[in-house]
Design a protein around this ligand. Sequence first.
Ligand code: USQ
Length: 382
Amino acid sequence: MRVLVLGADGYLGWATSMYFSIRGYEVMGVDNYFRRGAAEELDCTALVSSPDLDRRAAIWKGASGRDIHVRIGDVTDYPFIRGVFEEFMPESVIHYAEQPSAVYSMMDREKAALTVRNNLLSTLNIIYGVNEVVPDCHIVKLGTMGEYGTPDIDIEEGWIEIEHNGRRDRFLFPRQASSLYHTTKIQDTDMLWFYVRTWGLRVTDLMQGPVYGIQTDESVLDPRLMPNFHYDEIFGTVLNRFVVQGVAGYPLTVYGNGNQVRGYLNLKDTMQCVYLSVTRPAERGELRVFNQMTETFSVNELAERVRDVGDRMGYRVEIQKIENPRVEKEDHYYNPRYTGLLDLGLKPHYLTDEVLEGMFEMVEKYRDRINIDAIFRGIRWR
Ligand code: USQ
């Protein structure tokens, strides 16, 4: 089976490419190196410097004996991506080709415009490419739990039945994001749902929470295959940041009162979830939605876990509550349903102390590369 991974240079994209490749899939990875370039420009490169995709594919071939085909180009360039569809004729396309950072999208007008243009046009071009070239191809789209925001009711898995004035219908669950980036993901979902209804595409939307982790079962084969792990304020997710802060002796940056709750998952579980979605595709004319997370934590709980494990390992980890640079609810109800992927067979890797210890050990190996100045600059939402 042919799987096209768009955004293959990213934290999730490269790990996903190897995950499918080792399982016998023919994989083509596409990227325009947007995040690499932006991270260089903003002086916040990843903890581990990873070779470009062509070189990583060659290292992967040496380590596993398998090929990952690479094409460098921009998914917002329609002739380019249509050409990729014609050449590779994928049966599944995994869409990670988006500007992935909430913080980046809130920095200034240019970055807001880039986020809108990149995320919406890439999604539109994939929809057109699939419909014109491979209409049966299954689109697996990385959405985000942040699309739902933090409503004062239980969060259902994508859909909700509403009874109104004695009649019932099923709708996408209401969404109200707290960054422009998250808002573009809502718009992506709306666009996909429109074309599912209109053209009968098959789509799975994975509403993913913040991911943590630095290794997968494939990346252990060679350190040059590691995911590009960000710990900076712009591209790093909170738990990855906290572990690096713990190693660097930088007080953990808890925003506001730290009661914000999100649904988290291990990078290894992202691989499983995407794989399960590809192997059990949505039907034609179906928008299937899964909430992709395995457990919930408040920021305070994460900080305390990192401090306790770090202290036991001989680090002196402090927690510092700082004024929240974001506009988000700090005290809120949070009760999402996330049973769909478990029903498909997901076997979660929960956040144990051993997992945190493993992260500390990996980060320790690269501590000389930690750029303290990238950890917190205080980029404000308003
Ligand atoms: N936070 C802190 N201190 C920090 C960094 C973050 O307290 O140093 C807090 C944030 O205020 C937020 C929570 O931790 O309440 C999560 O923040 P995050 O930076 O880990 O996650 P977020 O910006 O929401 O975005 C990340 C990924 C994005 C993905 C999203 C899933 O960058 O691509 O879509 O997680 S979710 O949050 O469920 O929407």
